[in-house]
Design a protein. Structure first.
Length: 189
């Protein structure tokens, strides 16, 4: 599943922006483009705020100008009394999106590259649930793909593509169920 196929909400996008500011890596999405696409969808759904109309019009550009997007997004947030999410909530929402993309992966190669991300970055941010789940994703990668010993075949290499995708999906579900539940998110954040 391509990141562009994920249906971002405004809350998701604000969380990604907040998390991007505290994390030592850049998110894979083009924030300005995603915000203008979101604004366009909102207009089509009947939300007729002037700031939203301007944000949606910025989507006509191939690469919307970040400064303008941030300015009109800020105006829209003030109009609607929408505050930026906390760093803790942002981390959990970012993780939920990563699990969603992992569960919806189209190929074993996509699964491996998404899991490999968790071995390349030390994700020890608050809250503790975030650090715990990312640590488990790191371990899951090594469980699935470690072939350090020449006679040892990785678990993933012994599975068919469909078996691997199903196994990864089932492995992720308990964590995903927690992160998709608003009550759990408020407790964990």
């Amino acid at each position: 599943m391509n990141d562009a196929a994920y249906n971002y909400t405004l809350q998701d996008l604000l969380c990604l922006k907040t998390f991007d500011e505290i994390a030592s890596f850049s998110s894979a999405i083009d924030f300005s483009k995603r915000i203008t696409e979101w604004a366009e969808k909102e207009l089509l759904n009947g939300n007729d705020s002037e700031s939203l109309l301007i944000l949606a019009s910025l989507n006509l550009e191939t690469h919307p100008i970040d400064y303008e997007v941030n300015e009109y997004l800020g105006r829209y947030q003030r109009e609607m009394n929408i505050v930026n999410p906390s760093a803790e909530l942002s981390a959990l929402v970012w993780l939920r999106i990563q699990l969603t993309l992992l569960m919806k992966a189209n190929s074993p190669q996509e699964v491996e590259s998404r899991l490999a991300f968790f071995t390349n970055y030390f994700l020890d941010y608050a809250p503790s649930a975030f650090a715990s789940i990312t640590h488990r994703l790191n371990n899951f990668y090594w469980e699935m793909y470690d072939e350090a010993i020449p006679v040892f075949n990785s678990r993933a290499s012994s599975m068919s593509d469909d078996e691997l995708l199903l196994y990864v999906n089932q492995w992720c579900k308990p964590y995903f169920r927690i992160l998709v539940n608003k009550d759990w998110l408020s407790v964990l954040a």
